[in-house]
Design a protein around this ligand. Sequence first.
Ligand code: HSE
Length: 305
Amino acid sequence: MSITIRAPATIANFGPGFDVFGLALEGPCDKVRVRLRGDEIRIKLSGMADGVPVNPPDNTAGLAVINFLKGIGEEGMGVDIAIKKGIRTGAGLGSSGACAAASVHALNKLFGSALTPNRLIEFAMGGEAASGVTHADNVSACSLGGFTIIKNFDPIAVEKVEVPLIPIVICTPLVHLQQRKTAATRRVIPASFSLMDAREQISACSSLVRAMLDEDLIGIGRAVNRDHISEPVRSMFIPGYWEIKGAVLKAGAYGCNISGGAPSIFAIVEKEEQGEIAELMVEGFKQRGIESEPILTKASNRGCE
Ligand code: HSE
């Protein structure tokens, strides 16, 4: 018996919520098929799997499965994992988290759905270690859909907020994979911040939660614009970031920031402006000699299915 899970791309941090907020997108998505078989874990890749390892402990889905089996006392059981990548790797769109989340959701189904969503998120987060960084924001939004808030880290406790179908434009500059590893861009973030920065960050996070609950698109945009933790550092890895953000906001986008570990940029816009904002972003990178890929999508309340 096998189970196939569709796992959506996600925007982690979603502006000011470093390691805490995540948002599920309608697309792109990965598809992961899991089957119990034999006594080995085997991984098969297809789609946009550039740079994804197949050795189970080095693969986020493989490691999540190892953790899961260990956690339920079934170590040594064989699992076939077939991953069809629709989410570009190293783009800051939760690609590694999607495989991890999908594989544990599939296993949970195969084992009778005994584990809680928080427990599954914990196993999926453990799988993220294979990509060099353990964080729960992508796997939370991917698992549950909607806007997710990590209320507690140890043990993991996640709250899902249903979201309006916020129109979103994403643009991924196609820079070299080494330049876009989350672990590399994360290492540069300072370990401590001033009291004034902390105050500003708390204000931005609170505003974002309020705007989400009110389904206030303008308020959501304004709040995602404000970040003192990730954006100041990650912007250094994105050629022309501040100019492109300025142009996008001037053209009418409500908010713009960096998705996850970079280099993708996302903007909150009105639906009819998605095409124009996407063109501006692509043009901004083109002027700097960089090819990029635009994605017109929206927020989604669907997680792993
Ligand atoms: N919260 C993580 C980070 C997300 O900012 O490093 C990575 O996708």
